[in-house]
Ligand binder design. Structure first.
Ligand code: G6P
Length: 372
């Protein structure tokens, strides 16, 4: 009904607009007055957590892209090696797991059969298991040693939006918690990152309040048959997610690439008029990736591509290189996915709507896949 959709036309549109709240609620109550992270639900002995020397993230679909963001953040903050693997691949090789391996599963529904089976397998092999999940009391958290709930609220649209941002938020909290436990970051650093995280909901709201440019762009592209997405570092999983949203909703061929990989193959796809979204790294990125991605923009433009660049408001350097710049507010480089994802969601929603598709129930897809 219209009331359930909060006045929006579709659940997906509502859920995109729920995102400031989803991130805020996922942060809520997880810090004490002194600014120390308290993850009470994480009922694994802190000594056991300190002994963790490898993390494996297991998930499918959009949740797996949240897992890739988690890898960048946890390795950077905690110096613990993190692997991300699709649940259905994980189980059918011989993964190396021991009691010092922490398996972190990510699932909106908590019922995805592939992920459930992978978690069971990891437990049998002696791993500690943590579930990042959006559904209270669902199977995966019940079968895991501990759970860190995302508080995005029920997600109805098949294609995931607010659960994705909440998963990334929860993964950051887990990473910061492990860094706090292992003293890999100073408490002041953790406080700074948490303060920046708390500022994210307001910044998402700014993007939502300013979405007309992206909507127009999407409507103008209703006849497009292929869209590429480029990103680096934490922008890479964002590019993958942008492509997945477009496949799921608009049935358009879309692919996400690591921008550095362009020259190793995908650049051959570029010809006149090819649409390319570029998720810009922060100009403050410590690896100077910004200049490298600007070069990528020049390379694809020289071959005729149309470039739509998602960049920070303060990023003046990219302006002269892009056909269209889609601005997002500034934040620290590691937290950018919580902002850069949003215009890509709006783009996919609007393009699919322009084509007349049912965005809440895309063809051939199910919200929760409970078969292998
Ligand atoms: C299905 C949905 C996707 C979702 C994936 C994982 O394929 O259509 O949107 O990302 O499952 O779901 P989960 O509930 O485990 O996050």
């Amino acid at each position: 009904s219209a009331a359930e959709k909060g006045g929006y036309e579709t659940f997906m549109e509502k859920e995109i607009h729920d995102q400031p709240q989803a991130v805020q609620d996922t942060l809520l109550g997880r810090m004490d007055a002194a600014g120390t992270l308290v993850l009470d639900e994480l009922r694994i002995d802190p000594e056991e957590l300190k002994a963790v020397n490898k993390i494996i993230v297991l998930a499918c679909g959009t949740s797996a892209y949240a897992g890739t963001v988690a890898k960048y953040a946890i390795e950077h903050w905690c110096r613990i090696p993190v692997e991300v693997e699709l649940s259905h691949e994980f189980r059918y090789r011989d993964p190396i797991i021991d009691p010092n391996t922490l398996v972190v599963s990510i699932s909106q529904s908590g019922e995805t059969m592939d992920t459930l089976m992978a978690v069971r397998y990891a437990k049998e092999q002696g791993a500690r298991t943590v579930s990042i999940c959006n559904t209270n009391g669902s199977t995966i958290p019940r079968e895991s040693d501990a759970v860190l709930y995302t508080h995005a609220g029920p997600e109805i649209a098949v294609a995931s939006t607010k659960a994705f941002l909440a998963q990334i938020t929860a993964a950051y909290l887990l990473g910061l918690y492990l860094a706090q436990l292992n003293k890999k970051l100073f408490s002041g650093q953790i406080k700074d990152i948490l303060a920046d995280l708390h500022a994210i909901p307001g910044k998402i709201q700014e993007i939502l309040d300013d979405k007309e440019q992206v909507k127009e762009l999407a409507r103008s592209m209703a006849d497009t048959s292929s869209v590429l997405f480029l990103g680096r570092n934490v922008g890479y999983p964002v590019a993958m997610e942008g492509a997945l949203k477009l496949k799921e909703l608009a049935y358009i061929h879309a692919e996400g690439f690591a921008a550095g990989e362009l020259k190793h193959g995908p650049i051959a796809l570029i010809d006149d008029g090819q649409a390319v979204f570029v998720v810009m790294p922060s100009p403050m990125d410590r690896h100077s990736l910004h200049a490298k991605v600007v070069s990528n923009i020049q390379e694809v433009r020289a071959r005729g591509a149309r470039t739509f660049v998602v960049a920070e408001r303060g990023d003046q350097a990219v302006r002269s290189h892009a056909e269209v710049v889609i601005e997002v507010p500034e934040t620290q480089p590691m937290l950018m996915p919580l902002l850069t994802t949003v215009p890509l969601q709006i783009f996919a929603l609007e393009l699919a709507s322009a084509k007349g598709y049912d965005v809440d129930q895309p063809r051939n897809l199910a919200k929760s896949v409970t078969v292998e």
